[in-house]
Write a protein that binds this ligand. Structure first.
Ligand code: SF4
Length: 351
């Protein structure tokens, strides 16, 4: 074992957080925790992890659940394609591997939602196979340790850091090594104010020697963020029903439920909204009046910002069922069974 591996292993044993998937690192536990923790902080993810395990203790239990149940359990975590992939993956493991994750990187990689990182994490942590993981924490630690200015979000950087991580891997204890490197990035070598004076590997850190710690890692500027304006129509009938809208493919929040929506590039005036064909089609010549108009909600996603406003439309009489698959009639206080995006949840919580 080289000195850096040794120092990281000791640091890990002394400082690692006690987490349920660490005490019992079965492939199912490792996989579930890794999928939940992508783009999610450990504190928030832990809560979801415990709820998933309580409801579906083993992989076959999760595979038997419906997609809607999984989406409902996932509600609030965002990035809902991860939940759909999680569910598909559980079913694939049942069908192709008899319910047990394969102890093989290439076969893991074939499963839905399992990319390079997750395959390496399961292979190394659950099976102790020699595959190096590279997550955001690892990028940061390695870019500082070796003082690398190649952007981590360019193909060249991805390749370079994968090679460096592989060279540094402790092949006798790959699971512990990978976790140590990630945990070290998460707790010690922080994005801002890393604790360099107390760092166990400071003697090897080139960025510290070159005074470039604050500039590492280098990231190329992100794509432009698109702004979308959602004008939600919350139609309420006299008998307390509303229309819900099931979101379709090729857009955000696939298969989740929101309200019928008029989407524009710019905000629209209330007069234009009231004469909009979507609203007229939904009210089908019934008498209606405008109720509460919400404030504007700003909801940020990776490449888009949603500015949403909710318009309560009070219908004089009943709402008729609509003959399209994506609009359904539901009691206004019975959203319990329908998975909804965080934005809709925020709105409902403020009612
Ligand atoms: S010396 Fe500082 S920047 Fe370098 S690895 Fe340690 S904590 Fe990170």
């Amino acid at each position: 074992m080289n000195e850096i591996q040794d120092q990281l292993a000791r640091w890990f044993e002394a400082h690692k957080r006690v987490l349920p998937w660490r005490s019992e690192p079965s492939p199912y536990h490792v996989w579930l925790s890794e999928i939940i923790l992508q783009q999610t902080r450990v504190n928030q993810g832990l809560d979801y992890y415990l709820r998933f395990i309580a409801r579906w203790p083993e992989l076959p239990d999760l595979a038997r659940a419906t997609e809607e149940e999984v989406l409902k359990m996932w509600q609030g975590l965002g990035y809902y394609s991860r939940a759909r992939n999680l569910h598909t993956c559980a079913r694939e493991v049942m069908e192709r591997h008899g319910g047990a994750f394969p102890a093989d990187y290439a076969q893991l990689r074939q499963l839905k939602g399992i990319g390079d990182y997750t395959a390496a994490a399961i292979a190394s942590i659950a099976f102790d196979l020699p595959h190096a993981v590279v997550d955001g924490n690892v990028y940061r630690v390695l870019s500082r340790l070796y003082d690398i200015d190649t952007p981590i979000n360019k193909q060249e950087g991805v390749k370079l850091f994968a090679t460096l991580a592989d060279e540094l891997l402790d092949r006798k204890h790959p699971g512990r090594h990978n976790q140590a490197l990630m945990e070290f990035g998460a707790l010690h070598c922080l994005p801002s104010n890393p604790d360099c004076p107390q760092c166990p590997i400071q003697a090897h850190c080139l960025a510290l020697a070159h005074h470039t710690v604050a500039q590492r890692p280098v990231k190329e500027k992100r794509l432009q963020v698109k702004t979308r304006h959602f004008h939600y129509l919350v139609l309420r009938s006299s008998d307390h029903h509303v229309y819900l809208h099931k979101r379709g493919p090729n857009d955000i929040w696939q298969n989740l439920y929101d309200f019928p929506c008029i989407e524009t590039d710019q905000p629209i005036e209330i007069e234009d909204l009231l004469s909009h064909p979507t609203l007229l089609a939904l009210t089908s010549e019934k008498k209606f009046s405008i109720g509460q108009i919400s404030h504007k909600y700003t909801h940020k996603l990776t490449h888009q910002t949603i500015i949403a406003q909710f318009f309560e439309i009070k219908i004089d009489g009943f709402l008729s069922p609509i003959q399209t698959k994506d609009i359904l009639l539901a009691p206004e206080n019975d959203f319990g069974g329908f998975p909804v995006p965080k934005l809709i949840e925020n709105y409902l919580n403020q009612q």
